[in-house]
Design a protein around this ligand. Structure first.
Ligand code: ADP
Length: 244
């Protein structure tokens, strides 16, 4: 599997809480460039699945990134393998500037960063990230006074400078204005391409506008998978959403 072109390959992944299977034997294949939306009713296991892939909760089964097993590894190790995530509440250093936040994130994934390497490799990457997340003009602004949407974008920028190429985003547009949602969708398209993005989402309009593929979870299992049109036409999906 070492030569596999699959960015993220999940096989038979399960998570139990006191015997209750929150994630139940999930298979998932993500390719480079996927902008995959993960949807499903409350309690379906979406966040727990992301937690399992990123090492926050113990799991059984397998999740590999480019053939490298993630299950059983620690959170920071998984992050160093290029698997990054955001949470529903952005966790940025509020007192530090946008630039300082990116600087810290860039250093976090690298051991013994020499000054030379920093200048040649990290600073251009930070500039590029600033541009990608649209915060070049806010570089010296304390993160604490950024707008809600801008904080979320900064968090995504922090993953980019950590060289994450699998990004798992937990409800990135929750609480955002319509304009910010549009901006976020465009940002996700920009960072996709050579990366893989998984978005846990409740906002169906946002999903319809930006998803390249969708996985529907219900009761810990994959209920349906395909394009937006395919999952929307699936009677099983209509049943869990409409209760018919
Ligand atoms: P979703 O993100 O789809 O809303 P979650 O992954 O948050 O669903 O939760 C899936 C199920 O697992 C729910 O029934 C939830 O109550 C349960 N669960 C989540 N985390 C824990 C935990 N730490 N301990 C016990 N049960 C949990």
């Amino acid at each position: 599997a070492g030569m596999s072109s699959e960015y993220l390959e999940v096989r038979g992944l399960s998570v139990s809480f006191d015997g209750f299977k929150a994630v139940d034997n999930v298979d998932l294949t993500l390719l480079q460039g996927d902008l995959r939306f993960l949807i499903g009713p409350n309690g379906a296991g979406k966040t727990t699945l992301v937690d399992a892939i990123t090492g926050l909760v113990p799991a059984t089964g397998s999740a590999t990134k480019s053939g490298v097993e993630l299950v059983g590894k620690k959170v920071h190790h998984i992050a160093r393998l290029g698997v990054g995530r955001t949470f529903q509440t952005a966790s940025v250093f509020e007192d530090l500037s946008v630039l300082q936040n990116l600087d810290i994130a860039a250093g976090a994934g690298r051991s013994a960063l020499t000054l030379l390497r920093r200048r040649k490799e990290v600073l251009p990457q930070i500039e590029e990230a600033l541009e990608t997340i649209g915060l070049t003009r806010q570089r010296d602004t304390p993160a604490g006074i950024l707008a809600h949407g801008q904080k979320q974008w900064l968090e995504i920028g922090m993953l980019l400078v950590q060289n994450a190429d699998v990004l798992l985003l937990d409800e990135p547009v929750a609480g955002m204005s319509l304009e910010e949602r549009e901006e976020t969708g465009n940002l996700l398209r920009r960072i996709g391409g050579e990366r893989t993005v998984v978005v846990v989402e409740h906002d169906m309009d946002f999903m319809r506008a930006f998803a390249t593929s969708v996985t529907v979870l219900a009761a810990g299992k994959v209920l349906s998978e395909g394009t937006v049109a395919q999952v929307q036409a699936d009677p099983k999906v209509q049943a869990v959403y409409l209760g018919t």
